[in-house]
Design a protein around this ligand. Sequence first.
Ligand code: HEM
Length: 459
Amino acid sequence: MSVQAIDTPAFIPTAPARRDKPASVLNQLFGAASRNLVQWWTAESFRTPVTTNTILGTTYHAINDPEAVRRVLLDNVENYPKPDQLARVFPLMVDGLFGTDGAPWRSQRRLMAPVFTPAALQDFLPIFTEVAQATAASWEHEQPETIDVAAAATRATFDIISRALFSAEQGLAGDEAADHVAAMLDGVGQVGIMAYLGLSQFDPSPRARAGRRGTAYLTQRITAFIERRQADPSPPADFMTRLIDAFAADHPPKQAAKLALSNAVTFLVAGHETTANALAWTLYLLSEQPNAQAWAAQEAREALAGGGGPQQVLGRLVYLRWVLEEALRLYPPAPRIDRQALADDQLGELVVKKGDYIGVWPWVLHRHEALWDNPDAFDPERFAPEAKAAQHRFQYIPFGAGPRICIGAQFATAEALLILTEWLARFEFSPVPGHNVEVTSDIALRPKDGLPLIVTRRA
Ligand code: HEM
């Protein structure tokens, strides 16, 4: 069978209605648009190279010209560090790879590069397959008809990252830890304007309080874990051991422990919900397109039947890769990338002033009418080699681009593909009649209220 033989009819998957005019300042700060970032956009935003918004004296340019994106993320990257809100929204991550800039970031990225080489990734592949198989086995055993696939994907990717990071040590894996991490993320997504004003520790809402409890639990557990590891003469060769060793080479023990904590939280946060949402959106798209799903499932079964280890299985996947790439285009799990100009600059026609914020929104860029044919339609063949070669390198950036490109991109891609292979080979995923899938985004882009799907064992 040739891949081109598949006939995928044009399907326009779920997306929020576009506004005729921009959301009001009040709505952006306190209303629905503050809680759901994909509600900001007007139809015009998907046609123009730049959308500028001035709010409380701050100018924010959302840029959608791939050449301008290239200048911000690569050619003039020194002029565009991350804005300082991150420290207010997520103080625990601020010393880690995601939160730092300049020389400290360069040093950490260099130290961590060996943990993410293709050779190092090999060690993690069996974990991806084992966790995916465990989820599949529980579905086979319990035989539930409807499954919240988004929740199942979040749990699977949490189990993977906690095994990869901490060898699933007691207190950093399992239901209790998963619940605290979920509460912490939920709290961050919830506090919105309070966090931006640096007041999140005073937010009295139950979600913000649960978020603070989750943060305290993780800080305490991970700090104790790092102390034990620093004292262990022969620790297991997991992710954290590699990080602690890498920092120990350049920093005194206390500083190394602080950096290891910040990065452990960074990897827990950045390394599971994003991949879980990529999985959920892929399964949503395939559930709506039975032909595409049948093709992907056939490829998954053949890839597994071919034998060998997970690396060989990955090498046999073609169509499923395109489907995943298309899911990341339509529903980028990290829908925004923010920067702030250190000095005046020019981005094409746009004059940028020192202090202006620059937003690169994969959510808008990936659906921009000047860049894509039928941008809102699901069409995995956009990622067939010839079609992909015709795209601008900076029009498709689910993992960011330039020196700060996601360090976990290969990890996430291999993880998502191996999980999808195991699940699609065994089960068919179909929509639940009457359930409308909606898009929401506080920080991550996810299906609102989860993604219930009917999951049926394949013959
Ligand atoms: C589908 C899954 C994922 C998506 C869509 C994603 C997306 C992104 C994006 C867009 C950035 C750049 C942010 C910016 O430039 O401001 C980023 C950075 C980062 N990601 Fe991911 N990510 C994913 C999975 C992962 C995983 C599995 C890990 C870890 C195991 C990870 C760790 C990180 C880290 C540490 C950074 C900061 C890198 C730096 O600044 O040097 N991500 N990710």
